[in-house]
Design a binder for this molecule. Sequence first.
Ligand SMILES: Nc1ncnc2c1ncn2[C@@H]1O[C@H](COP(=O)(O)OP(=O)(O)OP(=O)(O)O)[C@@H](O)[C@H]1O
Ligand SMILES: O=P(O)(O)OC[C@H]1O[C@H](OP(=O)(O)OP(=O)(O)O)[C@H](O)[C@@H]1O
Length: 216
Amino acid sequence: MLPILKVAMPKGRINKPAIKLLQAAGFDIPDDLDDSRKLIITVPEARLQFIMAKPVDVATYVEYGVADIGVVGKDVLMEENRDVYELLDLGIARCRMSVIGLPDWTPLLNPRVATKYPNVASQYFRERGQQVEVIKLNGSIELAPLIGLADRIVDMVETGRTLEENGLVEMESIFEITSRLIANRVSYRMKNDIIQQLCDRLQAVIPGFETLKALK
Ligand SMILES: Nc1ncnc2c1ncn2[C@@H]1O[C@H](COP(=O)(O)OP(=O)(O)OP(=O)(O)O)[C@@H](O)[C@H]1O
Ligand SMILES: O=P(O)(O)OC[C@H]1O[C@H](OP(=O)(O)OP(=O)(O)O)[C@H](O)[C@@H]1O
């Protein structure tokens, strides 16, 4: 019998598409995984055990080896710089990281930038030789320029609805974001057969997956 793979699975936005993708790849997983309050869910038929994690913690669990693999946004990987293997671009939960501000924004000396991603924002402005003060916030980032906390923000844009409804504009897109399959370095060696098998099954369905969803 194959060993069980421990999967750090984010709750929230990524959860449903990730489960649907695994199902499309032939894994026998119930639809309602995220409906319960259980944090560790074993699905023996699929030989998978899900660790239901906050999205930002997924790479931490995988780096420390308490999960063999995980599903995580590229935004988290860029911010956290964890020591894990990035195995696959799953193509789900697509959005982008952008610099955002008010339309009448004028460049200031040493402007303030609010963000949930201080490392990403610092690196972006440093590479451009711009000195900024980065302020870390944990949500509702768009508030910052509206109430005068910051001149600009670095945040995610998906549909653009949040920006539109708050009178903000996207000034520059920094990078595209999708969810990635990551693996612990030791697990990747010790459980290479099953991890590779899972990757092959996912790779076979990824190309058509988002297109199929858009057509539904
Ligand atoms: N519109 C979006 N806004 C934010 N993240 C998005 C969006 N679309 C896709 N994502 C992806 O989904 C991931 C998880 O987002 P989600 O909103 O579920 O959790 P979170 O914001 O990290 O945490 P929480 O809401 O639990 O504080 C992000 O890391 C990103 O990769
Ligand atoms: O372009 P849109 O489709 O409007 O999506 C982008 C918004 O979604 C995210 O916020 P989220 O809903 O996660 O809430 P938060 O501000 O509390 O992080 C993100 O931080 C943006 O605010």
